[in-house]
Design a protein around this ligand. Structure first.
Ligand code: ADP
Ligand code: MG
Length: 361
């Protein structure tokens, strides 16, 4: 839909800059009678376009709220950056040198959540593998090119067993008993950020909104008394896969191997790594999780991508997930019945393999 007349100049500025980035989750899919009461604003942060959609508020409140979220996100982006110098890289340097280091208060909750998610997923979500992510060339804004890392180098990092369990924060001071740990929170930070943004918007009195950070979004309230509906981009580049109803307080995150990957000799090596082997997960092109905690929605897409078509259901159950959907490299959709009830496919429906329920309804 065209909301250009509602966009302030400042936010529109960013669109051409980021036009090359794909977003897994599209903006509000629902048009029609509610269209004219929806306002959209856009920011550029976390290397992507973040879209805020508001329903039924006036322009000045939307602008104020957006400016507040912009400040919040820019600060987070700086503190959490995995390779540009900031609070996180300082911590990683201290870990590599075997020193204890004070943790900025703003980072503690995210590190603690990441640690819990790492333990709960038996290390399949493991943000301590930053050295591996860097070795594969993903600590750069550009996509990596050229030959793959040496298998011995990958193996050495796997055998060093970096884990969030090696990290301890006591009275604001972090120590790691393993120098191979390098935190890369790129697999959870956006989810946590969206969650924080929803809390901030609620504090500002916003009652109906979506914060969409590309791979992840969260919603407050509804869209004119109906649930917000969001579009899901087809991970194999076939336009829009479908749309999904999302309810107050829920977050939806999609991780895939179609946005960031290394291409070498006709094969793609994606940015989600299996910490057990040090190699990129194959087979699954995208995993989508709905969760009321944004950080977990984001984090828990990784174990599903790694688990693949055979293991995803068992893993999702052990993580306590209620709804999940995966698309494999042949385009087949794997999902649970609760997810199936929310999804509306667009165009020719894909082949669907329905699992047993994940949770009792
Ligand atoms: P984005 O939301 O930015 O598109 P994703 O949510 O798909 O990114 O997460 C991918 C990122 O997660 C990688 O770029 C890397 O930084 C990190 N990562 C890769 N493999 C793992 C893993 N097994 N556990 C935790 N984080 C991972
Ligand atoms: Mg993500």
């Amino acid at each position: 839909m065209d909301n250009s007349k509602y966009r302030s100049k400042h936010y529109r500025l960013w669109i051409p800059v980021a036009a090359g980035f794909l977003c897994a989750l599209l903006a509000v899919a629902c048009t029609g009678p509610f269209e004219d009461r929806t306002l959209e604003r856009q920011l550029y942060v976390f290397g992507t376009i973040v879209t805020l959609s508001y329903y039924d508020i006036d322009e000045s409140r939307a602008n104020e709220a957006t400016a507040e979220i912009d400040r919040l996100f820019q600060q987070m982006h700086q503190d959490w950056h995995a390779w540009q110098k900031g609070a996180l890289t300082n911590l990683n340097q201290a870990i590599a040198e075997g020193r204890a280091a004070p943790v900025p208060a703003s980072l503690i909750p995210l590190i603690e959540i990441s640690k819990a998610a790492c333990l709960k997923s038996d290390g399949l979500f493991n943000p301590a593998i930053g050295k591996l992510v860097a070795l594969w060339g993903f600590h750069a804004s550009e996509m990596p090119v050229g030959p793959l890392p040496a298998p011995e180098a990958i193996q050495a990092l796997v055998e060093a067993h970096p884990s969030m369990a090696d990290i301890e924060i006591r009275e604001g001071v972090l120590t790691s008993r393993n120098r191979a740990v390098q935190m890369d929170l790129g697999g959870v930070a956006k989810g946590y950020a969206v969650e924080q943004a929803l809390t901030r918007l609620r504090t500002l009195g916003i009652r109906n909104a979506i914060v969409n950070a590309g791979g992840g979004l969260g919603v407050i309230g509804s869209h004119g008394g109906r649930p917000w509906r969001i579009g899901i981009r087809h991970p194999l580049g076939r336009g829009v896969l479908g749309s999904l109803a999302v309810f107050d307080g829920e977050q939806v995150h999609t991780s895939g191997n179609y946005e960031r990957f290394r291409e070498f000799e006709g094969r793609r090596y994606a940015h989600i790594l299996d910490p057990r082997t040090g190699w990129p997960a194959e087979e699954i092109v995208s995993a989508t999780v709905i969760h009321t905690e944004g950080a977990l929605a984001d984090a828990f897409t990784k174990p599903l991508v790694i688990g693949g078509t055979r293991e995803w259901y068992r893993i999702a159950k052990s993580l306590g997930l209620k709804s999940a959907m995966l698309v494999d490299s042949s385009g087949t959709v794997h999902m649970d019945p609760a997810m199936a009830r929310r999804v509306q496919f667009e165009g020719t429906p894909p082949k669907v393999i329905l699992s047993e329920p994940l949770a009792l309804d």
